[in-house]
Design a protein around this ligand. Structure first.
Ligand SMILES: [Zn+2]
Length: 292
């Protein structure tokens, strides 16, 4: 509800005006479905017609964009005879690297990759707890092994200011997603550069991920499950992967050969520092032969 102020002490409640704004980025609208709403040239009489007459235009061929190979339709304004394209109305009109700013289904693709990894490891039904992000739901729905996942969603409920008692939904969510929240807290607490840009900040994306691998080893093999109840052992002991807590000396007691270890898809690129960065001059691929 919006309030409009008329005079001191007097306000009248009005329903908010309906906000009309498209759901889908223009770049994803099929070219045949797009009709230009007005002439983009400010000097043209069809730019802001006063009469409310419909905008008169003709289709005028198309072109293919070099950066993403997308076919973009062109139009001809019948008032000023100038031409323009669908791209003229897109947010990415002025951007030289439009792919850097557009949502590109990253959550969906990552979730799909994770489901593939999990489905390959487990033999029975996999219980999956998430915050109900729509991309996770879509990934489970479209995955060939989606039926093997028993999915429970706990969306983040609304919370009051600090100190407010938690609602039953908030309690259920916190109990179900405790392991995720705990890992998040541990990462923020123990890896300074995940919190803010410090002198420890990695210069390459792979550097961040490599520390992530170290953190996974530390969390699972070196650190106890609970600091308050040290008799519980480490997570790796709980899964019977090992029967004792590991020291760093033990973790680093041998060298592992990448040529003898099968790595999941994507890990290879991290190891060989071959991830592609949008600007190759800023992060060159690693090319030293004897450094791995
Ligand atoms: Zn025009």
């Amino acid at each position: 509800m919006w309030f409009v102020h008329f005079a001191p002490g007097m306000a009248i409640a009005l329903p908010p005006p309906a906000m009309r704004w498209p759901m889908v980025p223009l770049e994803r609208v099929p070219p045949s479905r797009f009709t230009p709403p007005h002439c983009p040239w400010p000097e043209c009489s069809s730019h802001s017609p006063s009469s409310g007459a419909p905008f008169r235009f003709q289709r005028h061929g198309s072109f293919q964009r070099l950066c993403d190979r997308r076919r973009v339709p062109r139009f001809l304004c019948l008032s000023c005879k100038r031409t323009f394209s669908l791209q003229t109305f897109a947010f990415s009109y002025y951007l030289k690297r439009p792919t850097l700013s557009l949502p590109n289904d990253a959550y969906f693709h990552e979730a799909t990759r994770l489901l593939t990894l999990l489905a390959g490891k487990a033999t029975s039904t996999i219980r999956l707890l998430t915050d109900g992000h729509s991309d996770y739901l879509r990934a489970i729905r479209t995955h060939p092994d989606g039926h093997r996942f028993e999915h429970q969603a706990f969306p983040n409920p609304e919370r009051g200011p600090q100190g407010t008692p938690r609602s039953p939904e908030a309690k259920a969510r916190d109990a179900a997603l405790f392991p995720v929240d705990l890992l998040h807290r541990i990462l923020r607490h123990t890896i300074a550069h995940h919190r803010r840009e410090t002198i420890a900040f990695a210069r390459r994306v792979e550097g961040v991920l490599e520390r992530g691998f170290l953190t996974a080893i530390w969390r699972n093999f070196v650190k106890l499950r609970s600091e308050r109840r040290p008799d519980g052992g480490t997570p790796a002991m709980r899964l019977a992967l090992t029967d004792a807590r590991w020291s760093w000396q033990r973790v680093l007691s041998r060298r592992l050969f990448p040529t003898k270890t099968e790595l999941p898809q994507g890990w290879d690129d991290v190891y060989w520092r071959a991830l592609r960065w949008p600007d190759p001059t800023r992060m060159k691929p690693h090319e030293l032969t004897h450094a791995c």
